[in-house]
Design a protein around this ligand. Structure first.
Ligand SMILES: NC(=O)c1ccc[n+]([C@@H]2O[C@H](COP(=O)([O-])OP(=O)(O)OC[C@H]3O[C@@H](n4cnc5c(N)ncnc54)[C@H](O)[C@@H]3O)[C@@H](O)[C@H]2O)c1
Length: 254
């Protein structure tokens, strides 16, 4: 019998926001395939959720081509791609090394472009589909010690707008989610470094100072971002494209 369920391909699904998306799409009855460099957590999550895990690095165009082909073989095509994989490093324009600049650009920008180039033709072959990019509140505001991150996430915001114009006539919607601080392995690691700089190494105090910046008085959780990413992927968002949508606890309201 033909599989009538929708299919999503995600990057960076092993932990954090990506893992919350894997769980959300699976709960909503979608076929889910995800690619990540973290094979241990990826395989565990895939077994738990009954979804397809593909080990690979988004910096490699070949890895993406292979992973998308495997997902299409398994599920017969794609309806949505979620470009989520990303990294953060602590730096300013004055101290970022050439290697770290390349790493940020290769992972956050080129990794996203590789994902889109591999997956969008699969959406187009169905005549409809949705692209969701995990950008950042740093499409809207600057933050300290986040030079490389901010420049790459700003680029993703622009990718969304240009792609929405190019692909709208082909039935493809393209949107980005711009989250404030979310408690994930990324921020757990990063904030140890930030705490060293501003709070004498007291990570707990750093997290409390971060939460105090938010009108809601707390940082976000991964599942709160996954809800918006799923909504943008779904037909409920059928007239939404080219948008950068905040899920930031009111941080940028002031
Ligand atoms: N946590 C936040 O506060 C926050 C806020 C806004 C946006 N984001 C974005 O959300 C996305 C997910 O981050 P997270 O916070 O869940 O962190 P995370 O570290 O838990 O998740 C990132 C995932 O991407 C994977 N990954 C990293 N580089 C990869 C590569 N080259 N190839 C394949 N997989 C790779 C990691 O293994 C990990 O599973 C990132 O793009 C991040 O920039 C995070």
């Amino acid at each position: 019998m033909k599989d009538t369920r929708k299919t999503v391909f995600l990057t960076g699904g092993s932990t954090g926001i990506g893992a919350a998306c894997v769980r959300k799409f699976a709960r909503e009855g979608w076929n889910v395939a995800f690619m990540d460099v973290n094979a241990g957590d990826g395989a565990r999550l895939a077994a738990e959720q009954g979804v397809l895990f593909l080990e690979g690095d988004t910096r490699s165009r070949a890895d993406l081509d292979q992973a998308v082909a495997a997902a299409c073989r398994q599920f017969g095509g794609l309806d949505c791609v979620v470009a989520n994989a990303g990294i953060h490093r602590c730096n300013t324009v004055l101290d970022i090394s050439e290697e770290e600049l390349d790493l940020m650009i290769d992972t956050n920008i080129k990794g996203t472009v590789h994902t889109l180039r591999a997956a969008v033709p699969c959406l187009m072959s169905r005549g409809a589909g949705s692209v969701v990019i995990n950008a950042s509140d740093q499409c809207y505001v600057g933050k300290p010690n986040s030079f490389g991150y901010g420049l790459t996430k700003g680029a993703l915001g622009q990718i969304v707008k240009g792609m929405a114009i190019d692909l709208g006539p082909k039935g493809i919607r393209v949107n980005a989610v711009c989250a404030g601080t979310i408690r994930t392995p990324l921020t757990e690691t990063l904030f140890q470094r930030f705490a060293d700089i501003t709070h004498g190494g007291d990570t707990g105090a750093y997290w409390r100072s971060e939460a105090a910046l938010y009108p809601l008085g707390r940082v976000g959780e991964a599942h709160e971002v996954a809800e918006l990413m799923y909504f943008l992927a779904s037909d409920a968002a059928s007239f939404m494209t080219g948008g950068l949508y905040l899920v930031d606890g009111g941080l940028t309201a002031g």
